[in-house]
Design a binder for this molecule. Structure first.
Ligand code: SAM
Length: 271
């Protein structure tokens, strides 16, 4: 593995300055609005980070917005708006926290950008969305997938694709010269199939989907096949998932039967 002189915190600088963050937030707001309509809606943004998107929705789209973030950001003090609440909380642990703004059927729309891959309990977090979203509500999710070459942000530091799959945490820490990795290098390994299974269990239908792929580095894959061959090619080629989720209007929030079990007589350990 190549070592690097850059410190992990430098990755933060790859994020945007104030101006480009706002531009990015406006682009995202316009895109999600076209996909599922945001104007005037009650919106929850999960993992709202600096708060720019939540602010744009409150200020420019007439939304009533709640942003939830597991860690508060300094920028929040500049994001004051009468239609915006930014809350420091772990979305997957909300039942214990019982926040008054985060109740059952509280939202028309739930959105999140590049957050789910950083979740320690992604299924519990989706369960919370099922609980907080109205039966007629819609959820937009954009998440990097477990097989994405640049998933962990480490690519920017160490210039090696799929490093989170080919190297141990100890090896990565040694290459970076640190004892502990910052939170943004930690990512779960959920694939497209995991997400689809979770959606079924929680009664979320996929109303719109875009699976983002990048050109596949065949040569690198072949050179490293001993390690990368442990993972399905399908997953190594699917980088990110964007979906709009909805419930069945007649039977909302009910698990969706899987037709693959249609001929199955026994699903438990009967033998
Ligand atoms: C890569 S950042 C993206 C931030 C913002 N959505 C953006 O696009 O700029 C992921 C964010 O998700 C937050 N996050 C991770 N797990 C979370 C959880 N369980 N509950 C709430 N926020 C969480 C992190 O603190 C982090 O700010």
């Amino acid at each position: 593995m190549n070592s690097t002189s850059a410190k992990p915190n430098d990755v933060v600088r790859l994020l945007y300055d104030d101006k480009s963050r706002l531009e990015r937030a406006r682009e995202r707001a316009s895109r999600i609005d076209r996909l599922m309509g945001l104007r005037g809606q009650k919106v929850l943004e999960i993992g709202c980070g600096h708060g720019d998107l939540a602010y744009v929705l409150a200020e420019e789209y007439g939304c009533q917005v709640v942003g939830v973030e597991v860690r508060g950001y300094d920028t929040w003090s500049a994001m004051k708006h009468h239609n915006l609440d930014l809350i420091e909380a772990d979305i997957s642990a909300l039942p214990e926290q019982g926040h008054p703004l985060l109740g059952r059927d509280a939202f028309d729309r739930i959105i999140s950008y590049v957050v789910w891959e950083h979740m320690r309990h992604p299924y519990a977090a989706l369960q919370q969305c099922q609980y907080m979203l109205k039966a007629t509500g819609k959820k937009y999710l954009h998440a990097y997938l477990g097989g994405a070459p640049t998933l962990s942000h480490l690519y920017h530091e160490l210039k090696q694709p799929w490093i989170h799959l080919t190297h141990s945490v100890a090896e990565i820490q040694a290459a970076l010269g640190v004892d502990e990795l910052p939170w943004y290098f930690w990512c779960n390994r959920l694939t497209h199939s995991h997400y689809l299974t979770y959606f079924r269990q929680l009664g979320f239908y996929v109303a719109w989907e875009h699976v983002i792929s990048q050109p596949f580095d065949e040569e690198y894959y072949r050179k490293n096949e001993k390690l990368l061959g442990l993972f399905p090619l399908y997953d190594l080629k699917a980088h990110a998932l964007q979906v709009v989720l909805e419930f069945d209007s007649n039977d909302p929030k009910k698990a969706i039967a899987d037709p693959v079990y249609a001929l199955c007589r026994h699903r438990s350990a009967d033998f």
